[in-house]
Design a protein around this ligand. Structure first.
Ligand SMILES: [Zn+2]
Length: 95
């Protein structure tokens, strides 16, 4: 296994794609959300959930707009309960 040689600052800014939220969003919405389209409330960019940037080293999981970086959704899990906080989102369209 390769050793992680990144600095703490690099790790705090590293992100994965929106597929990382597939399981949690399916629990919250009751359907696969990775192909849903989100319209950013800041820049109006329209993109698939799978194309968003997800930051996992935050309190909860933070989904950000891939165009402008606005926080769109924050997912938290506290004592087995999932909290979904929709922030800068104008619309969500299901495929
Ligand atoms: Zn945006």
């Amino acid at each position: 296994m390769a050793q992680d040689t990144s600095t703490p600052a690099e790790r705090s800014t590293a992100h994965v794609d929106g597929n990382a939220l597939a399981g949690a969003l399916a629990l919250a919405f009751g359907t696969d959300m990775t192909t849903a389209t989100v319209q950013c409330g800041d820049c109006d960019d329209r993109h698939r959930v799978a194309a968003t940037h997800v930051y996992l080293r935050c309190p909860g999981m933070v989904m950000r707009c891939p165009a402008c970086g606005a926080t769109e959704i924050v997912l938290t899990e506290i004592r087995g309960r999932i909290g979904l906080h929709v922030r800068r989102v104008t619309a969500i369209s299901f495929a």
